[in-house]
Write a protein that binds this ligand. Structure first.
Ligand SMILES: C[S@@+](CC[C@H](N)C(=O)[O-])C[C@H]1O[C@@H](n2cnc3c(N)ncnc32)[C@H](O)[C@@H]1O
Length: 217
């Protein structure tokens, strides 16, 4: 499996389209509620540990007042812990977005596909997203187009995930690195974790004339 795939096995079913993906999440919400299990984590602890790893990186990356697009925000777990920034979370699944709005008032959450997002942000975050979608290369490329300073994304390392596990994409990390470099990253940091995923922080060369203002102010 790799970045260029166009299908992913989730819950023992091959998923090819965003509409099919939304149905998978609706079934998982019914089964597991708004929990890490629904998001394909083993348990809440594993979910929290990834959030903390991202927060550690974001804390030393995002400057106060910068804007951040959380692509595939799920039910909004990241938003309330972020450093000072102008946050927008988007997700395909209306039920997840409704829950995020209810649980975390004061943050902007939208039902939106990143393919339909036209604004630019300083940073994009793809927390746990590319591992559970049929089109990782496309979503990565679209998210890259939405950010001015850079992007954080995690990939499940094919060397670490048990091959008998049918769920999820698994990646050759060298291929991921080179794909991100080809998108035009100035630097790519790879942060290995004690879990099966590695977090990539890719930075763009930012021109001093770049203007980012999703609020249009
Ligand atoms: C594994 S969940 C992770 C959710 C959240 N980031 C977290 O870790 O709690 C991946 C999410 O990405 C969303 N997603 C997948 N493709 C997307 C797209 N093209 N645009 C926006 N959201 C997308 C899914 O609906 C799903 O909620």
């Amino acid at each position: 499996m790799g970045l260029g795939d166009t299908t992913v096995c989730l819950d023992g079913t091959w998923v090819r389209t965003d509409a099919e993906l939304v149905e998978v999440y609706k079934r998982r919400i019914t089964a597991h509620g708004f929990s890490g299990r629904t998001m394909f984590y083993r348990d809440e602890r594993q979910h929290q540990s990834k959030i903390e790893q991202y927060l550690e990186l974001l804390g030393r990356t995002v400057s106060p007042g910068e804007s951040l697009l959380d692509v595939g925000c799920g039910y909004g777990s990241l938003a309330p812990h972020l450093p000072d920034c102008r946050y927008v979370g988007i997700d395909l699944v209306p039920e997840l977005v409704a829950h995020a709005r209810q649980a975390h008032s004061g943050y902007e959450f939208r039902v939106q596909n990143v393919a339909d997002c036209t604004e630019t942000f300083d940073w994009c975050v793809l927390l746990g997203v590319v591992n559970a979608i049929p089109n990782p290369e496309r979503v990565l490329r679209l998210s890259w187009q939405r950010c001015v300073r850079g992007l954080l994304v995690d990939f499940v390392d094919q060397e670490k995930l048990d091959p008998s596990t049918a769920n999820l994409n698994r990646f050759d990390l060298r291929e991921c690195r080179s794909s991100i470099a080809q998108l035009g990253a100035r630097t790519v940091e790879m942060h290995t974790t004690s879990s099966v995923w590695t977090i990539f922080l890719a930075r763009k060369a930012v021109s001093s004339r770049s203007i980012v203002d999703p609020a249009g102010t």
